[in-house]
Ligand binder design. Structure first.
Ligand SMILES: [Zn+2]
Length: 109
């Protein structure tokens, strides 16, 4: 991750979520970890410093949309990283995910 990562994290806060879903605490760049970054998508881990609620956000750059799902706080960020590295996410899979979320009304486009 280069020197722009703080700027990037701030962008994700502005774009995806400014506040914790559970307690409303404002996120800061220290609460974010960019798990995976590809030309078309980003996967970001949000964790609230106040209530410890965690979310994984998927941001699809071509569509400018994001989806957030709560994650079990027992699952460590290293485990998530390992999983995602094992499963190299392709463009097709991102599109599948997008269509899946859309069909389930998880996102509105
Ligand atoms: Zn919280």
């Amino acid at each position: 991750m280069g020197e722009n990562s703080n700027e990037q994290k701030q962008y994700f806060i502005d774009t995806i979520a400014k506040f914790c879903d559970k307690c409303g605490t404002a996120y800061s760049i220290d609460d974010l970890e960019i798990i995976q970054e590809t030309p078309i998508s980003s996967i970001i881990h949000f964790s609230c410093k106040n209530c410890k609620a965690s979310h994984i956000a998927t941001f699809l750059k071509p569509m400018g949309i994001s989806n957030r799902m709560p994650v079990n706080t027992d699952i460590g960020i290293e485990e998530i990283k390992k999983f995602l590295q094992k499963e190299k996410i392709s463009t097709d899979e991102i599109l599948d995910l997008y269509l899946y979320l859309k069909s389930n009304n998880q996102i509105k486009v």
